[in-house]
Design a protein around this ligand. Structure first.
Ligand code: PMP
Length: 285
């Protein structure tokens, strides 16, 4: 099946979808992005993702180059042209193309906007969720503003690669105090021995996940207690359950951390229930 991408106003066949070598996203990671889940061809939590996109753009002093409504149309068009039933849509906005120089270009350039979409293997994801995944810890050596969703993901790339090479699916990043911040592309959660959910508070040291924030509503509705605080790797090893969240993986149970078995080594009831209930609390466009 042919794939299409949106690049600066045009829907192009995938093989022709290119940006210039002096695009500032390519040169400096001077760009922000979003990833939305697509289910039954519909965008999940579009409003929240576009809110976060606007926060990221503000933080790097870039403006949304089209109205939110127009951007929504583009996202849906890319999903439709690629015939995505279950999958994801990716959006990236850079500070445009200019002679390579750190300072913002003068005059301001038109931002470069790229939107792609692809199908995800739902059966495989459900099988992973049923078995639970392994994670390994690595030092969190990222910059101080990882709350901004920029494409500057080299530390995340290296962390994920380390995880894969150690037979795990995700890396958990550990700060200098020994606390878990988040995953390479996911938020990290544990369930304590007395059944409380713990995830790190959202400051500048983690990306405030949309899945994470939707889960807050689900957790409250289900009568569970959440604590937003630091948790040490040692506390995670001793947890009753652990899981990760992201737009494309939803709630994904973790059954091993650094080779140590979590709980009874199977996905726990809290993670399993939250995974089942998630879409009752998410917005479907
Ligand atoms: N943390 C990081 C570092 C991420 O890259 C992501 C995924 N974009 C998340 C957390 C999860 O965010 P979301 O639930 O919005 O996908």
């Amino acid at each position: 099946m042919s794939r299409y991408a949106y690049v600066n106003g045009r829907y192009l066949p995938f093989r022709d979808a290119m940006v210039h070598v002096e695009d500032r996203g390519y040169q400096f990671a001077d760009a922000v992005y979003e990833v939305c889940e697509v289910r039954a061809g519909r965008l999940i939590d579009e409003r929240r993702h576009l809110d976060r996109l606007e926060r990221s753009l503000n933080a790097i002093r870039l403006r949304l180059p089209m109205s939110r409504a127009a951007l929504g149309v583009v996202l849906r068009e890319v999903v439709a042209r690629n015939r995505i039933g279950f999958g994801m849509v990716y959006l990236q906005i850079s500070r445009g193309v200019a002679r390579r120089d750190l300072a913002f270009p003068v005059p301001e350039r038109a931002p470069c906007i790229v939107v792609t979409a692809r199908a995800l293997n739902r059966v495989r994801l459900e099988a992973l969720a049923a078995a639970g995944i392994a994670v390994v810890s690595v030092p969190d050596d990222r910059w101080g503003r990882v709350d901004i969703k920029t494409v500057g993901l080299l530390p995340n790339v290296l962390a994920r690669q380390t995880a894969i090479e150690k037979g795990a699916r995700e890396a958990w990043l550990v700060d200098e105090s020994g606390a878990v911040t988040e995953g390479a592309s996911t938020n990290a959660w544990i369930v304590t021995g007395d059944g409380r959910l713990v995830t790190r508070h959202a400051d500048r040291a983690i990306l405030g996940g949309i899945t994470r924030s939707v889960l807050f509503d689900a957790v409250k509705a289900l009568g569970l207690t959440i604590e937003e605080r630091r948790f040490a790797l040692a506390e995670a090893y001793a947890a009753r359950e652990a899981f990760i969240t992201s737009a494309t993986q939803n709630v994904m149970p973790v059954v091993r951390i650094d080779g140590r078995v979590i709980g009874d080594g199977k996905p726990g009831p809290v993670a399993t229930t939250l995974r089942q209930e998630f879409h009752r609390f998410a917005e479907t466009g």
